[in-house]
Design a protein around this ligand. Structure first.
Ligand code: ADP
Length: 358
């Protein structure tokens, strides 16, 4: 008869639990003091863990990953996971730990923050600014970057739909946790209020909402934060430039003369508020009726290059007009995520790589 040779220890269980990440906070549940108790009886292990809030939508994910990690230890036969909820004090301690400092201020606003901040601007609506933002974010995430998007386009809020995220963000003691999809963390005013309501907001309210996103959202340690600006050169764009003096701007245009002219105004605004323009992206550049066919220049040619010359920044990519891009956006499954090898997706990856080289 094979005798049980190893008995699992509490230390081993805790060590294994270090690999269990809180799916929203991206930190170990041990580090976050979410493990309340571990009880061992022979091969039976019971783990008491604490959730940040009751009704946490990710309780099943946490339960499963605790069970899987502990079950994998030698000497463990069964794992019982009990979930409780943190007290107000415990939540406050957690928020304090995640956001040290007296103001609990977001590290994003610090001049020493290492996060690259990129605003995505266009002169007018409908040129594909949000499409570029989502696909670029996914491409950067797939290149191993930790990426966030602020959807500041109060006239559109298309980002949640294009990424396929819905629901409400978790709020822990006034700290807002962004939603996440395709490895991209997202905040949109659309999560908090009705779209029609937000369009009627005036400057100061928008200012407040945007600064809240930058200061009270727990973004974690981001490599890149992409901010989808409203079209044109209004209040929100100015607010962001003022709040985030480190931001750089990417301008999206179509090849058309008029689109380029209005995009140039966005470039001029960037100059006025000292935001460097890192590059220009031309969208809807051409249409390929069939693979290998001659491209058709539906919206004319040369707008991206002209604009790049005007704002003295490189043209980082020319994205084809491709029904697959629109359909993917409508489904909430960006081409860069679901068909990364397609020619269209590769253009977005090329732009991401060009940004990473800079
Ligand atoms: P904006 O943010 O500038 O208002 P969107 O990104 O919302 O523009 O794009 C407007 C519409 O055009 C959306 O339906 C989007 O799917 C579609 N679209 C954007 N870029 C392309 C493209 N390259 N090919 C096909 N459709 C596109």
């Amino acid at each position: 008869m094979a005798a049980r040779s190893i008995a699992v220890t509490r230390e081993q269980v805790i060590e294994a639990l270090r690999d269990v990440m809180d799916p929203e906070l991206h930190k170990s549940i041990v580090e976050l003091n979410m493990v309340k108790d571990v009880e061992i009886r022979g091969g039976a292990v019971k783990v008491d863990a604490l959730l940040t809030i009751s009704g946490c939508p990710l309780r099943e994910t946490i339960t499963n990953s605790i069970r899987d990690k502990v079950k994998a230890l030698p000497g463990v036969d069964t794992v019982d996971v009990q979930l409780g909820v943190m007290t107000q004090e415990q939540r406050q301690a957690l928020v304090g730990q995640l956001r040290p400092g007296p103001q609990k201020q977001s590290p994003l606003l610090s001049p020493t923050s290492r996060t690259r901040i990129l605003t995505i601007a266009s002169g007018k609506g409908g040129v594909g600014k949000s499409t570029v933002t989502t696909n670029l974010a996914v491409a950067l995430a797939r290149r191993g970057r930790t990426v966030g998007i602020v959807d500041a386009d109060v006239y559109g809020f298309s980002i949640p739909k294009m990424l396929g995220v819905n629901g409400k963000p978790t709020i822990i003691d006034q700290m807002i946790i962004p939603l996440e999809r395709w490895g991209v963390r997202v905040m949109s005013i659309g999560f908090m209020v009705d779209e029609n309501e937000a369009v009627m907001w005036r400057g100061p309210m928008l200012h407040k909402a945007i600064t809240t996103f930058l200061s009270e959202v727990y973004w974690g340690d981001l490599d890149d934060l992409l901010i989808d600006l409203p079209p044109g050169t209004g209040d929100v764009s100015l607010t962001i430039a003022q709040t985030l003096p480190r931001a750089e701007m990417l301008i999206v245009t179509t090849p058309q003369e008029t689109a380029t002219g209005v995009a140039y105004r966005a470039g001029r605004m960037a100059e006025k508020v000292n935001t460097p323009v890192v590059g220009v992206v031309e969208n809807m550049s051409y249409y390929l009726p069939a693979p290998g066919a001659e491209p058709v220049y539906i919206f004319g040619r040369g707008g991206g290059e002209r604009l790049a010359g005007m704002v003295q920044a490189p043209l980082l990519g020319q994205i084809p007009l491709d029904p697959a891009i629109r359909e993917a956006g409508d489904r909430g499954q960006p081409v860069t995520a679901v068909s990364p090898d397609s020619a269209s997706a590769q253009v977005f990856y090329g732009i991401a790589d060009a940004l990473l080289r800079k």
